[in-house]
Ligand binder design. Structure first.
Ligand SMILES: Nc1nc2c(ncn2[C@@H]2O[C@H](COP(=O)(O)OP(=O)(O)OP(=O)(O)O)[C@@H](O)[C@H]2O)c(=O)[nH]1
Length: 363
């Protein structure tokens, strides 16, 4: 936009200002009219000087005649004849004098004054008038140039200001778009995460599985044993603290390679790329070992002094059907651990050739 305005300003300058400048300089009459009159007057002055020196001397008369011819040719132009009334009588007086000089007729000093001083006065008048005209043309040109410069300066300032305004509007728009994107990202993150532990929620797990469509994945379901008793004995705030600590512990234990989710209550899930059962077994063992090492005190555990977990795991091919089957298998494995007295882990064997032929087998 600013660029367009700048181009228009330049076009205006080229179209309107420069032709005006040319027009001023092409007024040859105004600019040279004074010079012709000056030169013509000089020739007449020389002619007068020669004749006053000795009006009878043939050489003087001849040279004076020559000077008069020169003066005459510069004096006898349309501009002077049309605009200055003294021109015609002056040319006539010069014609008369030239005839006298050519014919050898005697020329009186009084005649000289009438014949030459008149034209000299006329030329002086023309000279003065042309000078005035030239200076008025020049000052009009200077004034117009100043006005145009003012217009260009004003235009440039306006264009600069418009540029600033457009930049500011663009910047404002960009910032508000950035803020909206950031807010919607934050909102989406909040919508997909558990506010207590910061882990993902059930929707996030679902979304992540679908994003890995077709890949072999591992799923571990983790449930705290006797968490109700923990809460009852230490209170819910401590129960919350345990949930947060466990989320961190599981994350660290799995080496940050698994994504962690809180499925609700005291149940967590871990999801990771998993090409074979060895990886799944390895993760379960690391979990149990990590928890044992942390030795988190449980004041009301019926069979242990520390917090224990029940873990069920399964492999599956990512996708809706594969996940449903894998989740059900891991959940059943977890149930079997609970039923078997808790504090342990089990891996459900699932055929993972394709999502259609997933098949549960107990490990
Ligand atoms: N502190 C706290 N407790 C919660 C939260 N969500 C659920 N609970 C509690 O977790 C407990 C879950 O109880 P149960 O489902 O019986 O599980 P459990 O006591 O661990 O028993 P088992 O799993 O059979 O060993 C309940 O007492 C819930 O009140 C929470 O966000 N914070």
């Amino acid at each position: 936009m600013s660029f367009t305005l700048l181009v228009l300003l330049i076009a205006y300058q080229t179209r309107w200002v420069y032709p005006e400048i040319h027009a001023y300089f092409s007024q040859a009459g105004n600019l040279t009219g004074q010079q012709l009159a000056t030169r013509s007057r000089d020739y007449l002055q020389e002619s007068l000087d020669l004749l006053l020196l000795d009006p009878l001397d043939a050489g003087n008369r001849q040279r004076a005649h020559f000077q008069m011819e020169l003066a005459y040719s510069l004096f006898d132009i349309g501009l002077y004849r049309n605009e200055y009334s003294c021109t015609q009588p002056s040319l006539a007086a010069l014609d008369e004098l030239k005839v006298k000089l050519r014919s050898g007729e005697s020329v009186l000093v009084g005649d000289l004054r009438n014949s030459l001083l008149g034209p000299i006065r006329c030329l002086t008048e023309i000279e003065m008038h042309q000078l005035d005209r030239r200076s008025s043309v020049t000052s009009a040109f200077v004034e117009d140039t100043r006005r145009h410069q003012g217009q260009v300066l004003f235009g440039s300032v306006v264009i600069f200001a418009l540029g600033l305004v457009f930049w500011w509007m663009h910047e404002r728009h960009r910032r508000s778009a950035e803020r909206a994107t950031r807010e919607s990202l934050e909102w989406m993150t909040r919508a997909l995460s558990d506010p207590l532990t910061g882990a993902g929620n059930r929707s996030a797990l679902h979304q992540d599985v679908l994003a890995c469509e077709g890949q072999p994945m591992g799923l571990i379901l983790i449930d705290i044993d006797f968490f109700k008793q923990y809460n009852d004995s230490l209170g819910h705030p401590d129960g919350d603290k345990l949930l947060r600590n466990l989320a961190e512990l599981i994350d660290e234990t799995l080496g940050g390679q698994a994504r962690l989710y809180r499925m609700g209550g005291d149940e967590f899930a871990a999801l990771f790329d998993c090409a074979d059962d060895g990886v799944l077994t390895g993760y379960c063992e690391r979990l149990v070992a990590g928890l044992r090492e942390a030795a988190l005190h449980h004041p009301d555990h019926p069979s242990a002094a520390t917090v224990t977990l029940s873990v069920g795991a399964a492999r599956f091919i990512a996708g809706q059907a594969g996940f449903d089957a894998g989740y059900a298998a891991a959940d059943q494995a977890l149930y079997r651990v609970k039923a078997g007295g808790r504090n342990g882990w089990q891996v459900a064997q699932v055929k993972v050739v394709s999502s259609s032929d997933l098949n549960l087998e107990e490990s």
